[in-house]
Design a protein around this ligand. Structure first.
Ligand SMILES: [Zn+2]
Length: 276
């Protein structure tokens, strides 16, 4: 059983403020250590549950947060950026399940640790009218390849988002309760890691015995992506993506039958917006 782990930092227990998550920040090294602890717990749980191979995609910021020398030696690491497909680089039909570890709620969520959607320039994003953050947009990419989301970890708002999108069958692990965007009540480190390891094991046991379930999020076809940006200059540049349409002063839309093309447009849109 081949497992793909996309690992972010904002949803890790002990990480509560944007001042911890930027490379070079005073507390950044601490946050990296907390992150790799939860990733290693997920890898251990995956092998407990019958995994035969694990690929970890470092999916936070410059994507060089996880140090290979400290990673569970049974896993391979996708490190560095830019990667064309960012948080889902290398995810294809050869995998049996996906884990989203340390993920965070979408931009505009109530009481959610460092809520955002990929960059600070995205106000909200939706697919066929359904609002989505990184969790949803990446889950649809996995669904495109027929790979289910088996495990999600983060704060209570991210878990609620996962339940809403994926139903009750995927295993969710809450490691902290966000009090607001920059404060959270955190589980002790050992307990957060224990729950993730057990959750990963349980997820793969379910994966082996389950035949289907709503945790496989298949993308609609056609899929229409709508992105509202923080300001009009960002929308001006995002609308340079061929085939896109600026539907409001701050909003750009892109429709395609193939969600792979929609994801590529999404990547191009927010990268262009970042140049505004
Ligand atoms: Zn991140």
């Amino acid at each position: 059983m081949r497992i793909y782990i996309s690992a972010d930092m904002e949803g890790v227990s002990g990480v509560v403020h944007g001042g911890q998550t930027a490379p070079g920040a005073r507390e950044y090294d601490r946050a990296c250590a907390l992150m790799i602890g939860e990733v290693n717990a997920a890898i251990a749980g995956a092998y407990d549950g019958g995994a035969t191979a694990v690929l970890v995609n470092d999916s936070h910021w410059n994507m060089r947060n996880l140090h290979l020398e400290a990673l569970d030696s049974r896993a391979e690491l996708l490190s560095g950026s830019p990667k064309p497909l960012s948080m889902v680089q290398g995810l294809d039909a050869s995998f049996d399940a996906v884990f989203f570890v340390g993920y965070h709620a979408r931009a505009g969520s109530f009481a959610a640790s460092i809520d955002h959607t990929c960059t600070g320039s995205v106000y909200w994003a939706a697919v066929n009218g359904r609002e989505m953050g990184e969790l949803g947009l990446n889950a649809l990419f996995a669904g495109l390849h027929g790979v289910p989301i088996a495990l999600v970890s983060g704060d209570q708002q991210l878990i609620a988002e996962a339940r809403d999108l994926l139903g009750e069958e995927s295993v969710t692990v809450q490691v902290k309760e966000a009090i607001g965007r920059s404060a959270a009540r955190c589980l002790p480190i050992a307990e957060a890691r224990r729950r993730i390891q057990e959750g990963a094991k349980l997820a793969l046991e379910r994966r082996r015995t389950n035949t289907g379930g709503s945790w496989l999020l298949r993308p609609p076809s056609p899929a229409t992506l709508t992105v509202a940006f923080m300001n009009t200059a960002q929308a001006e540049l995002a609308a340079l993506v061929p085939g896109s349409e600026r539907i409001e002063a701050r909003s750009v839309q892109f429709t395609h039958a193939d969600y792979r093309e929609v994801y590529r447009a999404w990547r191009a849109m927010y990268l262009l917006a970042g140049a505004a």
